[in-house]
Design a protein around this ligand. Structure first.
Ligand SMILES: Nc1nc2c(c(=O)[nH]1)N[C@H]1C(S)=C(S)[C@@H](COP(=O)(O)O)O[C@H]1N2
Ligand SMILES: [Mo]
Length: 500
């Protein structure tokens, strides 16, 4: 074996051992301090908005696996380089292991709810990796003239196998521990019985299409959480504090004793491109926020509610918006079930009419009343708008872009939304021609999307179809294209189809 290859292999196996030990230690004691997850989280927080946008657009929900893969490649490369250099210079061992350990420790400490012990898994992992590499390369110096080459190689293979097996066991242990936590959270979710709503939603109007409600499994997911928080509902609590007359601390049982409302509400993401998929409608069950905050007594001058989640997300909602009479709620149920883990179990906030980043904190555990002057929430700090008001928009769902159709009557269908204002009209333009009204299906409320359809007498040839909506405040969806950043995309969704 050439010394480079040998060094690289030793470096990678040693680093793998260190990482596995660190992962196991963290998984058992401090899940948020798992080195790979912590580094991933730190990278997400530090990534400039334009690149984040690009990642969400190009990778969708696979953005997180891709990020972890990139981190793994960087780690493997650094480990290999350390191993190669260490075959000649032993000083590379503490340097390389120290660098990686420090990176993991700093990342873990940068996590929102971090405590000093979170540095321990990475630092300990680095020590293990350093010792492992030193052990692997030990015979190469000093002993080399005395021990025949073959014996040294055989010994190295044995050591590599031992370490690889150890690392595999540690990693398997880490996965088992986090799997158990996940199962426990899943079980307590299944065991949770939600009370019936004191104020239930009206049945959906007959004539609302079958796709009006988005099933939980198909509901889009957008968040910065590399691992979904697993919250034990028995120990969860909500603290209401800041500029209030009386601080409140509520358990889930306290929350569920309050009268619940049930509402159909459409939630969408500010990062959604024109025609994009990050929107869904569900029947939510929750505690109205207005009554709760009345009990706490919001002090004069407080203009921002900062919702904080267990993993440290902060989402700022204007007080004037949240409490203007809309159904702002702390949601506990989604489509007849407890909130799915991905969507914020056990409790999330929902503010009809605001994009998710401004009103829909998942895994929420704290509401702080403060001012916009005093505090910038996560996305606002990154340049996104403070208000988060949903823009009037529409989307063509059928036919699909670039569909090949047969001449005759084609049903064009989709959704339009302007939560709080409601949709007044949807129009279609074929090949840039005059706007023609689409038929609106019955909808649940102004807080939900409106399904529409349009019977198009399609003649053969290539065609473009564009849609625009008008809300009940009279605003027509503008043609001007705007990127999602900083306050939501604008422009008409236009698709091309071919009719044979
Ligand atoms: N804790 C937490 N809550 C969060 C986010 C997040 O990253 N972390 N993302 C917000 C954004 S940007 C959106 S669009 C919605 C998405 O909610 P969903 O994943 O349930 O569809 O959650 C919001 N709440
Ligand atoms: Mo979002």
């Amino acid at each position: 074996m050439g010394h480079r290859l040998r060094g690289a292999i030793c470096g990678i196996v040693a680093a793998g051992t260190g990482v596995a030990v660190a992962e196991l230690l963290a998984a058992a004691a401090r899940p948020a301090a798992r080195p790979l997850v912590a580094v991933g989280g730190a990278v997400i927080d530090a990534t400039p908005t334009t690149i984040k946008e690009l990642a969400v657009r190009e990778l969708g929900t696979s953005d997180k696996p891709v990020l972890l893969a990139v981190i793994a490649v960087v780690l493997i490369t650094l480990a290999a380089v350390t191993g190669v250099v260490a075959t000649r210079r032993r000083a590379a061992i503490p340097a390389g292991a120290g660098l990686l350990g420090l990176a993991g420790a700093v990342a873990a400490l940068s996590r929102p709810a971090a405590s000093v012990v979170d540095a321990v898994p990475s630092l300990l992992g680095a020590v293990v990796a350093g010792l492992a590499l030193w052990w692997l390369l030990r015979d190469r110096r000093g002993a080399a003239p005395a021990v025949p080459e073959k014996v040294v190689d055989r010994r190295l293979v044995l050591r590599l196998s031992l370490l690889a097996a150890g690392a595999g066991m540690a990693e398997a242990g880490a996965l088992t521990v986090s799997g158990q936590r996940q199962n426990a959270a899943g079980r307590s979710r299944e065991a949770l019985r939600l009370p019936a709503a004191a104020d239930p939603a009206a049945p959906l109007p007959s004539g609302a299409g079958p796709e009006f409600t988005t099933p939980n499994g198909a509901f889009y997911r957008v968040d910065t959480a590399l691992t979904v928080p697993r919250i034990d509902p028995a120990t969860w609590s909500l603290r209401v504090h800041g500029m209030v007359d009386r601080e409140l601390e509520l358990s889930l049982a306290d929350l569920l004793r309050r009268p619940l409302i049930e509402r159909d509400i459409t939630l969408n993401c500010v990062s959604n491109e024109v025609g994009g998929p990050y929107i869904g409608t569900a029947r939510w069950l929750g505690v109205p926020l207005t009554a709760l905050l009345k009990e706490a007594g919001v002090q004069a001058g407080a203009d921002q509610i900062v919702a904080r989640s267990v993993e440290g997300m902060t989402i700022g909602t204007p007080v004037a918006t949240a409490l203007d009479g809309r159904d702002t709620m702390l949601a506990v149920g989604m489509n007849g079930e407890p909130l799915p883990l991905d969507h914020g179990f056990p409790v999330r906030m929902l503010t009809p009419g605001l994009y998710g980043y401004a009103g829909a904190c998942k895994w929420v555990t704290e509401l702080e009343l403060t001012t916009f002057d005093r505090f910038d929430a996560y996305w606002v700090e990154r340049g996104w708008g403070r208000q988060g008001t949903v823009k009037t928009a529409s989307r063509i769902d059928r036919p699909q872009p670039f569909a090949r159709l047969t001449a005759g009557t084609v049903t064009v269908a989709g959704v339009a939304w302007a939560q709080r204002r409601g949709i007044d009209a949807v129009e279609i333009s074929v090949d840039g021609g005059p706007w023609k009204p689409a038929e609106l299906l019955p909808t649940a409320s102004t807080d939900t999307w409106t399904q529409w359809r349009f019977r198009w007498p399609a003649g053969s040839g290539p065609h473009s179809l564009a849609v625009r909506a008008t809300d009940r405040a009279g605003a027509v969806q503008p043609e001007t294209r705007a990127t999602p950043f900083p306050d939501g995309a604008t422009g008409w969704h236009t698709i091309s189809v071919t009719v044979a």
